[in-house]
Write a protein that binds this ligand. Sequence first.
Ligand code: S3P
Ligand code: PEP
Length: 447
Amino acid sequence: MTQQKTKHYPQHIDLEPVMHVEGTVRLPGSKSISNRTLLLAALAEGSTTIHDLLASDDTTVMLGALRSLGIKWEEIDERTIVVHGNGGVLPNHEADLFMGNAGTAIRPLTAALAVIGGDYTLHGVSRMHERPIGDLVDALTAVGAQIEYTGEPGFPPLRIKRGHIHANRMSVRGNVSSQFLTALLMAAPLMARGHAVTIDVVGELISKPYIEITLNLMRRFGVTVEQDGWASFTVQPGRKYASPGSIHVEGDASSASYFLAAGAIGGGPVRVEGVGRDSIQGDVRFADALERMGAIIERGDNWIEARSGADGVLKAIDADFNHIPDAAMTIAVAALYADGPSTLRNIASWRVKETDRLSAMATELRKIGATVEEGADYLRITPPEELAPATIDTYDDHRMAMCFSLAALDGKARRGNAMRINDPKCVAKTFPDYFEAFASIARNELF
Ligand SMILES: O=C(O)C1=C[C@@H](OP(=O)(O)O)[C@@H](O)[C@H](O)C1
Ligand SMILES: C=C(OP(=O)(O)O)C(=O)O
């Protein structure tokens, strides 16, 4: 019943040093677009054919949840799914939903289920039970939702019952995760029955480009949100989701970052296909950061290409990465090849993702010889004279595994090394075939 095919991974992968990278990679579908599209299609009137949907752990849990809720969908082929929307009504009023570690599944579903009402339990892997959800639950309970914590207050698991929602105006904090605002926005048309619903953001809003993805996809499903800067968002009464008929999922711009960085470090050109200059994903701006580091970037409608600059040495960077928290992890590893210390600022949200990424990143970069200063919300990375071979722990975090594969690359300033990546199966969260794709751009045997 799940879409993702089971794949077998070894306990660790040993990467040989890579002398040169070059080639083209077709990206898997965007996780952020896939999971939003699945939920919007389920809530819409009519059937939606979704092309190039991501097949990974995060979409598998969303598809499984929709099926448990009584939403019908079928797989046409490996990359195409048809979801039969049920117009904002869920056939099953009771369900136990396993959400893995997918923030893009549990947060939007919590809001939608709390508004629709029923008897639902949402839980996930142990790390999911340490990832905050209190700001979203507070926003929903303040307008009449019934949500209980069955474990630690502020964290999943959750039990959602039928509440009495009266939401003309609601507010949510935006400084821990933008996914809470995304969740409320996607549920807002279900609340805007006979009156408008305004959502005010309290304090700072992080990861803003992800809100743009949400608004863009809601618009494609027929609901326009009125926006007052980043401070408040209004859905007018009577707006309902309607299927656009068919929708195409862009390639994942965060997944693109590993290949673009590879091209920038290891010669290139490396081209990614599936995202381009018109992408709706903020993470395409990762290419701008690489450009600042001296890489040569070219962009087409549906592709981006990176290669090393004229002297081949990456320039150190000091920048705010709040807008691209996921792709910024790739910059942290690219910084190993830079001509001086790099500073990644305003990335406190790293602490509450798949692992505490500030701490994990600092620990693993040090194994390769870097000097790392770990602040509350920043990392300062000074590359070593020479990179050391290392065994990298991945903390059940797909991005740790994917980023650190880059340290096998030969750069102009520093040579790559044999890298052992422990527990490579964690890449299945968003990119089950990552290591095959990485091997396809290595111009010597990788394994
Ligand atoms: O809405 C989304 O699709 C996402 C938002 C970001 O999370 P935060 O808003 O928690 O930073 C990002 O890190 C995550 O991978 C996907
Ligand atoms: C933070 C991430 O995931 P999630 O959608 O679970 O928040 C991520 O993919 O880097």
